[in-house]
Design a protein around this ligand. Structure first.
Ligand SMILES: Cc1cc2nc3c(=O)[nH]c(=O)nc-3n(C[C@H](O)[C@H](O)[C@H](O)COP(=O)(O)O)c2cc1C
Length: 385
């Protein structure tokens, strides 16, 4: 099944992004690494909410449900988690089970932001009020989704062509809630309709507390490379916090985007399911950079730890158990998807992917994972002298 984030040029981009440790956008696009790196800030203030560290798990439809969010939180290093985008219309329809499920979260997820999409200012305001009443710490407006079915109803990136309407949405939502209100958007519809700087200024004018830029146009989809220079342009134009997003695939990339743009925080999407340790690795890398800055002549420690095969086993098992416990209706599909991302780069991963693909139920999939790793671990015990 093709998903909205697939496009011709994307497939190679997302494939490379889903390889553990797979070279950062930086190296592939010729971006310089050291010395052009700065630590990711230790915290980020969004209105009344402190995000520490200044790292955000990007909202991802079909991925960032409560299980994945808690899974990432538990691994450490991630300052803010966000729901997948949720239809404001759906939120207002009491019977919309999907919207209800998307907005379900647990106490240990704070601070958490709910992302909404829609095009009617009043509906957006009413939905934001519900989000606030549910106890979310922040509410975010999606102006980035390129999916045709969303754009067709003027939602997501479709709104990028209608700034007056965006202003009305900003004003209506701002007036409706007390929690910090943020927006995530793309550069513009295409290269001849770049609106991101104007939009960020409008957000600041209307009292929004932060902006996040996925530095691609709608027309780009997920192809090509993210153009971080637009993150820098926004940072120059506004005083509210700016969160940089797009092609951050390693701690080195996170520190490079901070150095290149001056952004106040970094947001990570596709790399999180294939390397859920990335947030922790950024923390370790940050500490290393700071140490390197102040030290001379000492032996250089490894900048961050890489997961062992056992770590990977524990990780996938933990996540799958959490999915089963949560009784999500689409758990087998999610397990298959996650396994396909997560096992790239694992020795024997192709065989495991096939076994998982053939399994029908969630417990069966978990069983396949357990068998696979038990065999791998037995094998590695045999070769140890
Ligand atoms: C599977 C998938 C689902 C996504 N769903 C959303 C979404 O619900 N809301 C949103 O604002 N962006 C969504 N995005 C975009 C990401 O939040 C992020 O902006 C994009 O992937 C670029 O960041 P990355 O290079 O770190 O992946 C999605 C991306 C992917 C790959």
């Amino acid at each position: 099944m093709r998903k909205f984030w697939d496009n011709a040029a994307t497939e190679s981009a997302s494939e490379s992004s889903l390889t553990l440790g797979g070279g950062a956008g930086g190296s592939e696009s010729g971006r310089s690494r050291l010395p052009g790196q700065l630590p990711v800030p230790v915290s980020l203030q969004i209105g009344s909410v402190t995000i520490a560290p200044a790292t955000v798990l990007a909202p991802m439809a079909g991925v960032t449900d409560t299980v994945f969010r808690r899974f990432i939180r538990n691994l450490g290093g991630c300052g803010l988690i966000m729901t997948e985008f949720t239809s404001a219309d759906g939120v207002l329809r009491a019977k919309d089970k999907k919207a209800k499920r998307y907005l379900h979260f647990y106490e240990d997820e704070h601070p958490i932001s709910a992302q909404l999409f829609g095009s009617d200012p009043q509906v957006m305001a009413d939905a934001a009020r519900i989000v606030e009443d549910l106890g979310f710490d922040l509410v975010d407006l999606n102006l980035g989704c390129p999916a045709k079915k969303v754009v067709k109803c003027n939602g997501g990136s479709g709104l990028l062509r209608d700034l007056p309407r965006i202003r009305r949405i900003f004003e209506a939502v701002r007036a409706a809630v007390k929690i910090p209100f943020t927006v995530k958007f793309r550069i513009g519809w295409n290269d001849s309709e770049v609106v991101c700087v104007e939009l960020a200024k409008m957000a600041e004018d209307c009292g929004l507390c932060a902006v996040a830029l996925h530095a691609r146009t709608r027309e780009q989809g997920y192809s090509g490379t993210a153009r971080w220079e637009w993150i820098a342009a926004i940072k120059d134009a506004v005083s509210i916090p700016v969160i940089g997003n797009g092609d951050i695939r390693s701690p080195e990339d996170a520190c490079a985007v901070v150095a290149r743009t001056g952004c106040d925080g970094v947001m990570i999407g596709r790399m999180a399911p294939s390397n859920p340790w990335i947030f922790r690795q950024i923390e370790q890398y940050n500490a290393w950079i700071k140490h390197e800055d102040g030290a001379s002549g000492h032996p250089t420690p490894p900048p961050y730890t890489q997961p062992s095969e056992m770590d990977r086993y524990e990780m996938i098992r933990t996540y799958f158990r959490m999915l089963i416990e949560e009784e999500l209706p689409d758990a087998p599909g999610k397990m298959k998807q996650f396994a396909s991302w997560f096992t790239h780069g694992v020795p024997g991963g192709a065989a495991l992917r096939k076994a998982i693909y053939d399994a029908k139920t969630a417990p069966e999939i978990l069983g396949q994972v357990e068998n696979f790793f038990e065999q791998r671990l037995a094998l590695s015990a045999e070769v140890v002298p």
